[in-house]
Design a protein around this ligand. Structure first.
Ligand SMILES: Cc1ncc(COP(=O)(O)O)c(C=O)c1O
Length: 430
């Protein structure tokens, strides 16, 4: 059971009734940078990375998944701690390079990579491309041949049904991601037949927001089984096996944290099973998590702009809503709309006496961040926080809808707050 108290004691703190992030009072941060804004605590990212590293056997490498939060300051944070990056577009590639990532530490997954995106990464350098279709293989062969280079490619495999899991499933059934397991032999043979390609290994990623270690371990077992059978069939060891991301964090009251102890134990057992396998002794195992590393570090902070009562129901109207944070409104893949953890940040110790709906400034009922939330009676000027907001926040939101300014982003590290993305206005060219 995740409660606000758990979250606060695990990641933040309070003083004089106010939330502290990275030791700074939220009202001082909001006064300095304005609202709405996303605030990230670097120490929480650090702790999550250390927890994950302590869970994984030493031969696992971590590539932070840029889509979870592509701010360069966030990328630099993980790069400085020896992570690679996983990208899914030319934009993320440029962002990774601009953050100082060496090209060979970037892996490129995602369906629908265009000719120009492939040309860009192949010309400038890339660690590995995770191919998602037979068409993409032909594109990479054409471009690499033209450039006179040999491209490293791994095959993203959409496994058979037994490894389904997660809040948003991306594999284990009909999906646009990867090549179906049943069709993978032919694609691998084509890769192996081309002098323009080096076949490095396989990639599996079947779902995000997984809180059950058994589902993750099931996927890892499947990945190893596939890697083994492919290596045996093609008579060569695999250089890489990428097990994807998908490690979850608890958002809702009924959710528990992923058990890292159980995950660690299961991974150690899995490693024991592969020890005698000559095809996998040198294989680099990879994970590409996003949410797990940054999700808990971020709080979305907005100011109360109005408090209204309509037919007996209280609506607390903020200066930013789903335009800033689509996921918290439940419109990014949540079938049953449930509230993210929400608190009144400048009166953390005051008893909850009001039951309110927390809404944004958009003219749509979809713009609701919290339904029937219990809070101290909110007043105009109060600060409301949505926790677990470091991943799939700003860049997963329709920030231009209704042309409100986009939220700022602030990173707090070692007691200092740094603006890492300025508030932006909608602009066009006409
Ligand atoms: C290919 C790929 N890798 C990694 C991730 C990161 O997933 P998560 O944030 O659940 O770890 C995603 C998310 O959709 C993805 O599509």
């Amino acid at each position: 059971m995740t409660t606000m108290d758990d979250l606060i004691s695990r990641n933040f703190g309070t003083a004089d009734g106010e939330l502290l992030i990275g030791g700074l009072s939220i009202s001082s941060v909001a006064a300095q940078f304005g609202t709405p804004l996303f605030v990230y605590d670097a120490e929480v990212m650090d702790r999550k990375l250390q927890q994950l590293r302590a869970t994984l056997p030493p031969r696992f490498e971590i590539s932070y998944s840029v889509k979870a939060n592509p701010n360069k300051a966030v990328l630099r944070y993980f790069l400085a701690r020896d992570c690679g990056l996983e990208i899914a577009s030319a934009g993320e590639y440029q962002q990774a390079l601009a953050a100082g990532c060496p090209a060979h530490r970037i892996i490129f997954a995602g369906p629908g990579k265009t000719e120009s995106e492939l040309e860009l990464v192949l010309a400038k350098g890339i660690g590995e491309i995770h191919v998602e279709s037979a068409v993409e293989v032909e594109r990479i062969i054409r471009i690499s041949s033209r450039l006179g280079i040999r491209a490293k490619v791994a095959l993203r495999i959409n496994p058979t049904g037994e490894v389904q899991g997660g809040a948003m499933r991306m594999g284990g059934r009909a999906a646009p991601f990867g090549v179906d397991e049943e069709m993978s032999d032919a694609v691998i043979d084509r890769i192996l037949s081309s002098p323009a390609l080096t076949f490095t290994g396989i990639h599996l990623f079947t779902g995000t927001q997984i809180l059950d270690h058994a589902i993750l371990l099931n996927q890892y077992h499947k990945g190893i089984a596939l890697a083994r059978s492919i290596a045996e069939r093609v008579h060569r060891p695999l250089e890489t096996v990428d097990f994807g991301g998908g490690l979850g964090i608890p958002y809702f009251n009924n959710e528990r944290e992923l058990s890292l102890d159980d995950l660690r134990q299961g991974l150690l057992e899995l490693m024991d099973t592969i020890r005698p396998d000559p095809y996998l002794t040198e294989t680099r195992f990879m994970l590409e998590p996003g949410r797990f590393l940054v999700g808990e570090a971020g709080v979305f902070v907005a100011r109360v702009n109005d408090v209204k009562i309509s037919r007996g129901k209280t609506f607390v109207v903020l200066d930013g809503g789903m335009n800033c944070h689509l996921a918290a409104s439940g419109n990014l893949g949540q079938t049953i709309k449930r509230n993210y953890p929400i608190a009144l940040l400048n009166r953390m110790q005051t008893a909850a006496t009001a039951t309110v709906d927390v809404v944004g400034p958009l003219c749509t009922p979809l713009d609701t961040l919290g339904r029937s939330v219990e809070l101290p009676q909110p007043e105009i000027g109060d600060l409301i926080g949505v926790f677990q907001s470091g991943a799939y926040g700003l860049t997963a939101s329709p920030v231009n809808f209704l042309s409100h300014p986009s939220p700022a982003e602030v990173l707090i590290s070692q007691g200092a707050a740094q603006l890492i993305r300025a508030r932006g206005a909608y602009s066009d060219l006409s």
